[in-house]
Design a protein around this ligand. Sequence first.
Ligand SMILES: C[S@@+](CC[C@H](N)C(=O)[O-])C[C@H]1O[C@@H](n2cnc3c(N)ncnc32)[C@H](O)[C@@H]1O
Length: 345
Amino acid sequence: MTAPALEAVTNLRRLALAAGHAAALRAAAQLGVADALGEEPASAAELAHAVNAEPGTLDRLLRALSSQGVFAAQGGGYAHTAVSRLLRTDTPRSLRDMVLWATEPWTWTVWPRLADAVRTGKGGFAEVHGKDFFTYLYEDAPESAEVFNRAMTQASRLSSAAIAAALDLRGELTVVDVAGGHGDLIATVLERDPSLRGALFDLPGVLTEVDPRLRDDGALGDRCRLVAGDCRESVPVEADVFILKNVLEWDDANTVAALRNVAASARPGGRVVVVENLVDGSPETGFTTAMDLLLLLNVDGRKHLRQSLLRLVQEAGLTVTDVRPVGPYLHMIDSRVPERPGDTG
Ligand SMILES: C[S@@+](CC[C@H](N)C(=O)[O-])C[C@H]1O[C@@H](n2cnc3c(N)ncnc32)[C@H](O)[C@@H]1O
């Protein structure tokens, strides 16, 4: 076999078993291996003792992960790499919950339906579970819902400071983060500008456990309201600026409905800022394209191309004023509610 032919075989075989590496990541996160490993390399037996596992099988797990750069085989044992450190719980950039979220039990039940979804254009989650994804999450899989919300906060911590810096809210008085999860972004925005007041809007189940800074007794509690609701029905909050970050990932009808509801609550000339990872504008194409497919399966949704997202923002009657990268992997779409909404159709 020629070298290119061998490489093709190797690549395809690795991809075909990529679920095994995702499962290995999940197992390591569940076992707490990254927390058990310190600055010095440790043997599989030492780590197995620390995480209450069988040494031989833990060695196999760590060998599989090391083959992908998660931990490094060293001197008969294993050492941390930059990637494995992200699985620790005590690092500010921890992505442990993100790993758990991406590999939750429900994900393994939806992936086999991908061919059908591609054929029909529908993920079909509601047909299988009898309810839409977020209802299922909060009613039937509350532990998964907690993992989800923590994962969103972990992802937000990577970008909130960059977004807050890029927003330029001079002259604005009030800002609401629509579907803002536990509120890392709105807290970061309010911390940056002490004159601003804010609101965090999300589903009722999410707001039961918000960022400690936003609680009544938190440092920002008196400047931020918590408003529960469904943004596909209405967004009953008055504000100068509406932010929607990683929210417009449903099917197009629900995405336009949410944007229209925001536009209806905003004053004419009000600002609506959409922040998303774009499939065609992100350095993480492996992540965004796979997430695009997962969103198809769970919410009949998608990660957008730049043009498809701009089209929906405009369809909702908003006037796009700027599109620019924010942070290493997101884009910020700035738009305004027309001064005379009736004119735009
Ligand atoms: C991908 S998360 C993004 C959270 C947050 N904006 C962030 O970037 O970390 C999507 C958010 O939308 C919320 N959400 C989903 N459906 C919603 C709805 N119908 N109304 C309001 N919020 C909703 C979820 O609870 C979740 O917090």
